[in-house]
Design a protein around this ligand. Structure first.
Ligand code: NAI
Length: 765
């Protein structure tokens, strides 16, 4: 007798294509597309084709946006912004809710259009992308309603320029537009050149729901159009795409005062521990690297499997891989669709070739005709192999093994990226331990590639900065500190007054640098004159030594908030005991502020809680605040003691180690703090202090790979931002007129001293 499973194996496969006529009719009806500006579609301009990557056929023609087009769209957004921001939260929420409803009503149409334009399987656009788009608008309708009560003292930024990639065209649009609108901003969005169609369909939905003109504008085009948007009169750029372009944008925006968030590439680890449920983990790989043909920034593209189970895992994996169906994206049974464009296909194949030339073995991964590549993975691949390092952005993973949990973490973190990670173990203790140690903005435990409007998403390290989704995402579309006049002039370069250890006469003190918990002479041996004595003239070597000392003091983070609170209380106490002495060097107000800061952040050290987020049922979803690691802080020149303490205390309270450049013109009150730190049990290397030409030293700090985040007050901020753009670290520029005042203290400092990690943990049942 034939069993059901025999039948399933022997049955002829009959393709079952989704009906694409509604989308094709719409395209035929619309003809060539102009931009969507000020609530209407403009006349088409210079046109380019957008194609169906599965067939190569032209789907439509869209306009290549010029700088003038961008300027017109920005002007429309600028005009609409005050009115939009002035609406009540409830009214804005109603519009966002209507967008969600209309996306749902047109779910099938949008899924088909997305699949036609992008090449992703209809199963994914229908079951994942479009439902998540609706969810994102619903979630943010809530934030629009709650903005004033949930974010008191915050204001919208103004006009946001948003540049998105082609891998999740409509979902990335939702991730960008929903929070921006909820916060009270208006937007100009530029979709990717390969996939502009669902953004144009969304523009039609904006018309349908009667969204006020100019609130959402869509300008189509390529990289040049994107570059024009970056340089246009916008208040923020939100970019998702390649690390190279992200780096260029960070450089261009340095010094403009525009806000920036970047969501860039990744090479995310997929860690299979020896006690993992291997069948489930294999399904996890399917969802990680073969989802959307691997064209996913957070794809689990580096499989790291425990040596003890590697053979068994690989056997299961290759068997599963062989059953994946590659083919027409519109076919409801297709698992892996088309690569978005022939250029991308060639790119994937060239990285695979470089990997095999360097000794790796490719299993599967055959190139088909047209834009198709079969799923595959690279084995026998060392950490230096280009296939292990570079983002392949296609359906090809790497597979390597490890022996111990420590080795797994080391391999996982052996990358310049830090977007996501997936960890598989049946032991919650093991999985959460690894989740805590992996440097990534999102960690999925026993799951992969889960997303939700409530779940912050974004990277560590060169995967960018800023978050999308949830509370953290909203904060990236709000300005947090009322703008105060920037009071920091660029100080003149200090002139060396001595060399070697010689001491000029008539000056009462020669301070030293403070590095690794010890007083150090500056590398160049020179000092410069400051009120009350001489300060060491630090140079780039001193900065490097300070960063090295800070890097070694990682135990500070591991000590935990309660223990750090003790040390900060102790600092406050010891500073109080010497208040008069410090007041004589500065002013009583500065000393009061300095003591207040130590007390305040001691209180916060064990209370800046993350959140357990209500996203999916059946999932524990924790958003935790993690320190950056080593932070660089260029302190204000005015109010040297209050400024220093206002910035350094929150940073270390959160577990960071700091290299601070003290006030250039008057640093001796800060160098006097060494004794306070020494007697307060502050471990060596947690706070390092360098004095000298502040703006030059700040650039060295900002460019240093080991420094994960930078704060700088005034001065040559543009220079520091340019230097930081090289390795994509965030630069925060808090500016206050008065560092003694109450506004120079509070949660906003803690927020900028941390990055969020989102940990997804499904309940096991
Ligand atoms: P891309 O970074 O060039 O494109 C992303 C978006 O940026 C597009 O809208 C594009 O028009 C725009 N753009 C390009 N140059 C620009 C510029 N100078 N200024 C402003 N906007 C600009 O990415 P591309 O070339 O499409 O893909 C290349 C590689 O980038 C992929 O193979 C993949 O490795 C990575 N990538 C990563 C993505 C992610 O989600 N992290 C998404 C897309 C690509």
């Amino acid at each position: 007798m034939t069993s059901v499973s025999d039948l399933m194996e022997t049955m002829e496969y009959g393709p079952s294509a989704e009906d694409s006529s509604a989308a094709r009719d719409w395209l035929a009806r619309r003809g060539a597309f102009g931009h969507f500006i000020g609530g209407t579609f403009a006349e088409p301009g210079t046109l380019f084709d957008t194609r169906d990557p599965a067939t190569g056929h032209v789907l439509a023609q869209v306009t290549r946006g010029t700088a003038d087009d961008v300027a017109a769209a920005v002007a429309a957004a600028r005009q609409a912004q005050p009115g939009w921001a002035a609406l009540s939260g409830t009214k804005r929420a109603q519009y966002l809710y209507a967008l969600a409803r209309h996306v749902q009503k047109r779910e099938r149409f949008l899924s088909v259009l997305e699949t036609l334009d992008n090449g992703k399987p209809i199963r994914e656009s229908r079951d994942i992308d479009v439902p998540l788009v609706a969810r994102h608008f619903y979630h943010h309708a809530g934030w629009a309603e709650l903005r004033d009560s949930a974010f008191p003292g915050h204001a919208p930024l103004g006009v946001c320029g948003q540049i998105i990639p082609w891998n999740f065209p409509l979902l990335m649009l939702a991730w960008k537009i929903a929070p921006a609108l909820a916060a009270g901003n208006t937007v100009v969005l530029k979709p990717a050149e390969y996939t502009p169609l669902t953004a144009l369909a969304f523009a039609e939905i904006c018309q349908e729901i009667g969204l006020p003109s100019g609130v959402v504008n869509v300008v189509t085009g390529d990289g040049d159009t994107g570059a024009a948007l970056v340089m246009a009169d916008v208040d923020k750029i939100a970019f998702t795409g390649s690390t190279e372009v992200g780096r260029a944008i960070a450089g261009q925006l340095a010094g403009t005062g525009k806000r920036l968030t970047l969501e860039l590439g990744g090479k995310s680890p997929f860690v299979v521990m020896p006690d993992a449920d291997l069948d489930a983990a294999v399904e996890g790989v399917v969802d990680s690297i073969w989802f959307n043909g691997g064209q996913v920034c957070c794809a689990g593209s580096r499989i790291l499997v425990a040596e003890a189970v590697a053979d068994r895992f690989e056997a299961l994996l290759s068997a599963r891989m062989a059953r994946l169906r590659v083919g027409s994206p519109l076919d409801k049974s297709t698992d892996v669709g088309a690569i978005v464009d022939p250029i991308q296909k060639d790119r994937i194949l060239s990285i695979c070739k470089a990997a095999t030339d360097a000794g790796a073995e490719l299993v599967g991964g055959a190139a088909g005709d047209g834009c198709f590549i079969a799923p595959g993975y690279l084995r026998n691949i060392g950490p230096a192999n280009p296939g292990f390092e570079q983002e392949i952005f296609g359906p090809i993973a790497t597979l390597s093994t490890f022996r111990t949990a420590d080795e797994a973490v080391e391999l996982a973190n052996n990358t310049r990226y830090g977007l996501a990670a997936s960890v598989w173990s049946e032991s919650a203790a093991v999985a959460t331990d690894i989740a805590a140690k992996v440097k990534a903005g999102v960690v999925w435990i026993n799951c992969a590639n889960l997303f939700d409007g409530a779940a912050p998403f974004g990277g560590y390290r060169e995967s960018g900065f800023g978050r999308e989704g949830g509370r953290a995402g909203m904060l990236d579309y709000l300005s947090e500190i009322p703008a105060e006049a920037i009071t920091e002039p660029v100080p003149a370069t200090p002139v060396a007054t001595t060399t070697g250890s010689g001491r000029p006469v008539g000056l009462d003190r020669t301070a030293k640098l403070y590095i690794g918990g010890a007083q150090k002479r500056p590398d160049g041996g020179a000092s410069y004159a400051v009120p009350g004595g001489l300060a060491p003239l630090g140079n780039r070597k001193d900065i490097r030594n300070a960063v090295e000392a800070a890097a070694k003091a990682g135990k500070w983070a591991a000590m935990g908030g309660p223990a750090r609170a003790q040390v900060l209380y102790y600092i406050a106490e010891n500073l109080s005991a010497r208040a008069d002495e410090f007041a004589a060097r500065t002013s009583p107000a500065e000393v009061d502020a300095a003591i207040a800061r130590a007390f305040h952040y001691a209180a916060w050290a064990d209370k800046f809680d993350g959140a357990n987020v209500q996203a999916r049922p059946g999932h524990l979803l924790n958003v935790v605040h993690e320190p950056f690691g080593v932070m660089g802080i260029a302190c204000p020149n005015a109010q040297p003691l209050a400024g220093f303490m206002s910035l350094v205390m929150p940073a270390i309270a959160m577990g960071n180690r700091v290299v601070a450049i003290a006030a250039q013109d008057d640093p001796l009150a800060v160098t006097d703090l060494y004794q306070v730190f020494d007697t307060s049990d502050l471990p060596g290397g947690v706070v390092n202090i360098v004095t000298g030409p502040r703006d030059d030293l700040a650039k060295v700090l900002a460019a240093h790979d080991e420094v994960a985040a930078m704060w700088m007050v005034g001065g040559d901020l543009a220079g520091a931002k340019k230097a930081a753009g090289g390795n994509l670290k965030p630069v925060w520029a808090p500016d206050h007129r008065d560092w003694c005042g109450p506004q120079a203290q509070g949660e906003v400092f803690l927020r900028h001293a941390t990055q969020t990690k989102t940990i997804w943990l499904p309940y096991g049942a």
